[in-house]
Ligand binder design. Structure first.
Ligand code: GUN
Length: 283
């Protein structure tokens, strides 16, 4: 019977460590601060941003909320980022993605000070990741690594197959697994015979954004299956993995909801406290 990897439990453990970090900062007179920038009115983004604000409040992180209309000129968003970069009360900056059509997302990400880039999307932080050097790590893939660690699943020597090559999940996920000494394959929409490639995986990470795409045909018996997908369907929230179909085959599996989702926000909070510690260390 597969182990159900409990993201709620692992994220609660991480939150405990984050709360301890907040207490250490408070002793030094520092309150960690996270600025969240939401442009436009995408309902899913609004709901994520609302949850992040509640996380901050519970943990003791000051949250600075910036909501801009979709018609905001890029120049105005740039100026806001410049102000947040310079604001000593702000230690982390998150610009919710995707930005509305017309924005230059790459320019926005590159404008965020790398030390405040708690999303780990800035070219500097991604470059550090490529080199295996310390940096802010992208929240979702880093959350997956923490889940594996928490269940004593060591990627070293294993074949990890990542389905999806996004900058938010797939690419940093592949690099984190590689840095943990896995043999890594990254698949995407042009991969030939995807089920056969996935069936080679000891650790299969699905990050494609297609509801229940990964069926038992894609899974080797005994594989660890990590489902990063959050797809809204008429039947409610479902992952990229057909959970009921894959469950009997997997040695461990993450559910949706209650798997990777809670980890992303927990890591964001942890990254914010780490940023505050790093930024204020020399003060
Ligand atoms: N949109 C979906 N996931 C993320 C994330 O981790 N960070 C940001 N900024 N936007 C997202």
């Amino acid at each position: 019977m597969a182990t159900i990897i409990d993201g709620k439990k692992v994220s609660a453990d991480i939150e405990q460590q984050t709360v301890a970090g907040v207490a250490r900062l408070t002793e030094r007179g520092v309150t960690p601060g996270l600025a969240v920038v939401l442009v436009g009115e995408d309902p899913a983004s609004q709901s994520y941003v609302g949850m992040k604000e509640r996380d901050c409040e519970r943990i003791g992180i000051r949250s600075f909320d910036h909501r801009l209309p979709a018609e905001t000129p890029q120049e105005e968003l740039n100026e806001l980022i410049d102000r947040l970069n310079a604001d000593p009360d702000v230690h982390g900056i998150l610009v919710q993605l995707p930005l509305p059509v017309g924005f230059d997302t790459e320019a926005v990400i590159a404008r965020i000070s790398p030390e405040k880039d708690v999303d780990g999307f800035h070219p500097f932080n991604l470059g550090q990741l490529v080199r295996g050097l310390p940096a802010h790590r992208a929240c979702t893939p880093y959350g997956v690594m923490k889940m594996l660690e928490s269940y004593s699943i060591d990627p070293a020597g294993k074949h990890a197959v990542v389905v999806g090559r996004s900058t938010i999940v797939g690419k940093p996920m592949a690099l984190l697994l590689l840095n943990a000494n896995a043999t890594v394959t990254v698949c995407h929409s042009r991969t030939r015979d995807l089920p056969a490639v996935c069936r080679q995986a000891d650790i299969l990470v699905a990050a494609v954004g297609r509801a229940k795409m990964i069926t038992s045909e894609y899974v080797k018996p005994g594989a660890v299956v990590i489902d990063v997908g959050i797809n809204r369907t008429d039947a409610g929230l479902v992952g990229d993995v057909d959970y009921d179909d894959v469950l009997p085959l997997a040695s461990a599996i993450t559910p949706v909801p209650g798997g990777v989702g809670p980890m992303t926000r927990a890591i964001l909070m942890a990254n914010t406290v780490a940023a505050a510690e790093a930024i204020t260390k020399t003060e």
